[in-house]
Design a binder for this molecule. Sequence first.
Ligand code: SAM
Length: 271
Amino acid sequence: MPPLRETVRVHGLSASKALGQNFLFDEQLLDRIAAIPGDLDGATVFEVGPGPGGLTRALLRTGARVIAVERDERCLPLLADLAEAFPGQLTVIADDAMAVDVDALTGGDPYHIVANLPYNVGTALFTRWLEPAAWPPRWLSLTLMFQLEVAERIVAPVGTSAYGRLAVLAQWRARARIAMKVHRSAFTPPPKVMSAIVQLTPADQPPGVDPRILSRLTEKGFGQRRKMLRQSLKGIDGAVAAAEALGIDPTRRAETVSVAEWVALARALGR
Ligand SMILES: C[S@@+](CC[C@H](N)C(=O)[O-])C[C@H]1O[C@@H](n2cnc3c(N)ncnc32)[C@H](O)[C@@H]1O
């Protein structure tokens, strides 16, 4: 295949800001990203936003079967060339990633999700993948590029300023780590901020916890993160009393409450 930059030039594809397009062309970097989930030979991978297909190429080189959803129709001819170069390995769906059912698209097989996410829908997709009622999910791992600041919020430990809803959501039933930081200059065009790749794998879910209750608790708690819990959780019936019963002092603030304590509180309220 011709080099990626050349393919993009020939097709006259320029990055669209509205679609959150910042492309990666460094094939060595892309191979390192595609190696993060581990051996993908024969595995199924779901990719959001392949764009001109840099990360897609790297995933196909590992031997993975890739199902990719791209909203920008201008990218489809480049991706069709890629599908031809890797026969039987690539399926491209021209759609909005927010509108597709990934479990259905992947035909019931377990799958990995790998994506250089568009910033405009990145957090919404991430939240969706972490909030299914049933656990473990069908996905085996998430390998996702975010703005560094968002990545830090996902892996943040309790008591830090980055610790909030996203950390609790990510950490209560998954293991999350920053696998790689990526300098802004690696992208075309370079975004204003640095990026990082977060890798997540499902962990055992603590029993007896309703994700919706946990979500509501953290929404209220971190919605007023400077307030004491007795104030911020006031709107949730029984929450302040349950916190006291669990030995969580209601004069504490949300950012001092550990993931295990949020989980215990959600469990107590679900009884
Ligand atoms: C940050 S770029 C990454 C492009 C390519 N994967 C790379 O790494 O060079 C994000 C891609 O997501 C696509 N995109 C944006 N919103 C989308 C959506 N709602 N559904 C599917 N793709 C979307 C954009 O068109 C773009 O190709």
